[in-house]
Ligand binder design. Sequence first.
Ligand code: ACO
Length: 704
Amino acid sequence: MKDDVLNGLFRPQSVAVVGASTQPGKIGYTVLHNLIASQYQGKIIPINPGADEIMGLKTYASICDVPDVVDAAVIVVPAKYVPQVTRECGEKGVKGLMVITSGFSEVGRRDLEKEVVDIARQYGMRVLGPNIVGVLSNSDNLNASFAPFLPFPGKASLVSQSGALLIAIDAATYTRRVGFDKLISIGNMSDVDFADSIRWLDDDENTSCISLYIEGFKDGRAFIEAGQNARKPIIALKAGVSAHGAAAAASHTGSLAGAAKIYSAAFQQAGVIQATDLDNLFDRTLALSLQPPMTGDNMLIITNGGGVGVLATDAAERFGLPLRFAPDDVQAELRKHMPEFGSAKNPVDLTGMAGTDWYSKSVQFSYAHPWVDGLVVLYCETAMTDPMEIAKSIYQALQDSGVKDKPVTISFVGGEKSAAAMVWLVEHGVPAYGAPDLAVSSMAALREYARSRKFLQETLTPCDGYDADSARAVIAKVREDGRSVLTEIEAKQVFSAFRLPITTTRLASSEEEAIRMANEIGYPVVMKIVSPEIIHKSDAGGVKVNIKDDAAAREAYRTILANAKAYKADANIHGVAIQEMAPWGTEVILGSVNDPTFGPTVMFGLGGIFVEVLKDVTFRVTPVTNGQALHMLGEIRGAPVLAGTRGEPPRDRQALASVLCDYSNMILSLQDEISESDANPVLVYAEGKGVKVVDARIILKKKG
Ligand code: ACO
């Protein structure tokens, strides 16, 4: 493994407990007890100035007195002593600190937290925490925490920002029979964060799936990058997605929780699967830790009960994997293993008469058939069958098929015997659930994982061909004028430097010039007031559309100037914009924000009522790939409008996606200048006819 320092923290050969206590009931006592009780094979070294020996182990007054090498130190002394202890650990050559102690940034003591990290950095140490429960690892028999015991063993590893939740999950792994190798509490993330943990766990031979409980990030982009580079599935439960929940999360950890939509976008861009709640995190972790990804869309369901089959069918649609009928050859073969009144379509209903023979034959055949990309097997407990025998026959059939690269999930609906059979299946590496929709949802997670990996292989639209220098020159001029809002003409100059298809727009400073320009552009034209002080041009009576000839242009010019003066007498008027009148198209909006967690981020939605009333918008962190842009167009509720409805031809989604990519590149490359911007409206024409940006707005960041 590459990171020797993090190895020392997460897989230490020796652990010191600084603040190991002689008194039962204290955290320093429990941590030492847990290390011993978990049968940790490395060296355990208690540090306490008032004791020579604790729990039979030689105890040192200071870590500096320890003669042996110490990889990791668990720190359980009050907060005010932590900087001093950190320095002593540094002098001793400790690699990593697990700072259990609370009382740092989560209660406003950022200064103390920074002091600890600064000292650690001087010595090349890494800091986990502070404000953590500790680290638990089955493969190393390491319980360096005050959680009660090592988790139910398995291949997933969990990283949790909440210590209390980690303890709760630890206990629940036994009741739910979802196995974990490591539980890592990262608390305030003063140093080691989610990105570090993901990178390290991705290299950890004992971890097959990385589960995360997240309240907020300090560096969202580092998380996205770590997710994109990971070779193992990552599943995240993000807390604080409601406005109120976000406030609670922020006060809990001292970090900012961002908007739910931006987090969802970031997870998708990072290739991270999202869990909706704690149950869902467990269910999906089970599947992702035990099964390979589902690389195609064909899910086959085999059942002995019509009811659970229908529930599974509903769930398939809900989770984005609608069922297709199996091809004729598959149906013909399956019909051999069911009575006449069974169904070989999909779900395949073997009927209540199904015993081990029909289950095993239909499972073995279907699992091996190339049409099937993922298999879901359902069973309802009947008086004629024994759940354990059914479970074993299914398992044997899967083995006999010789297939290893396809996922399978199972649901047994019944009583205690079914529950025992499912435990047996999970212990044999087959995820099994008490309800059919859970088996389907978990299969959907395996499909989502494969899809997201495919997305990540896509390359970004190259940033070349843009004229960023000329865009910056426009911005510099605006700053020289002491302004932070660009006029429409200036904003469009910046947009066009990034190849965005703006409507032809010229600035006229006299009536005669306006008429000349209108003729050059060609009637009909639109005329608009250009003034840094008049942002809402329509409200000021500063916009006239569908101007068809010279007389109308002359009239419009005068009216616009008069209206603007009436609206704001001292407004600095640059002139009147003469603009090509773009033909009608579907109105969409592009926007950008500087998210505190993820930085420059773009938004897309349908314009007008869709954005204003329904808030039907979607986000991506910049830069946006072409595939992601197309995905954005499909994920808003109003997507059918772009696909073409009620006799309207489909809109030019390819052109719109490429405009989104260019826009995202503009926002990213001018991130030091642009605070927010939008293109509204953007008109999208029929397929092959392109897109026009009709209005553009840019607000600059405040500088100095
Ligand atoms: N070096 C070594 N040992 C020391 C030092 C030192 N510099 N200073 C003190 N000690 C010893 C003490 O003598 C004591 O041992 P003793 O009981 O044998 O005398 C031991 O360290 C602990 O010191 P105390 O002063 O008794 O501190 P206490 O145990 O009360 O609290 C603790 C320390 C647990 C770190 C506390 O400050 C704290 O932060 N508690 C909250 C921790 C927590 O919950 N973290 C997880 C958050 S996540 C979640 O919500 C679950």
